[in-house]
Design a protein around this ligand. Sequence first.
Ligand SMILES: *Cc1c(COP(=O)(O)O)cnc(C)c1O
Length: 206
Amino acid sequence: MEYFAEPVPPAGVPLICDASSDFVSRPIDVSKYAMLYAGAQKNAGPAGVVVCIIRDDMLEKVPANLPNLLDYKALAEENSLLNTPPCWSIYIVGLVLKWAKGLGGLEGIAKRNQTKAGLVYKAIDESGGFYKGHAKSDRSVMNVPFRLPNEQLEEQFASEAKKRDMIRLKGHRSVGGMRASLYNALPVEAAQELVKFMKEFQQKNG
Ligand SMILES: *Cc1c(COP(=O)(O)O)cnc(C)c1O
């Protein structure tokens, strides 16, 4: 599932978000957050770098005696250069952002991601119950988890998909079944291939 609108916290309570899963996948209204944290490794670049957008007044609330690793005030004061930065990871994030700009920025990226997710959800919804999605509303645009009629078919689905170079479809950590990850790096054509395969698989096994 994915939040498409920010929850409104009670007055005085800062809204803090771990946006690792959808950061750079669509526009986010940063002004609504006291702090936004995101690991780059899903949509923005390689592992090893995180982006933290934090309101100045929050920096004043950083408790003393925190290790530097967790002390955003210390990090901000040193321009995020408290330690040797992971230059390569940051450089790649820069390239990804330029690439996103070329696709129409976050609006363009969002459209592209919605197209991919829309294709897969449509295949699920039109399968007459052969494929069953987990979420009914607020469906994640990034990860589409779904189940097949039984675990044996799920095994078979995953292994036949693998033969077509569609890997890591098996196994959502907590809910089981399949999970199609559709992060920025995945092209629309890949989602189209998956849908084609889903239809063929259902025809043979449904
Ligand atoms: C993916 C994710 C994590 C974990 O990231 P790793 O890649 O496993 O380090 C943590 N929080 C959120 C919100 C995520 O989407």
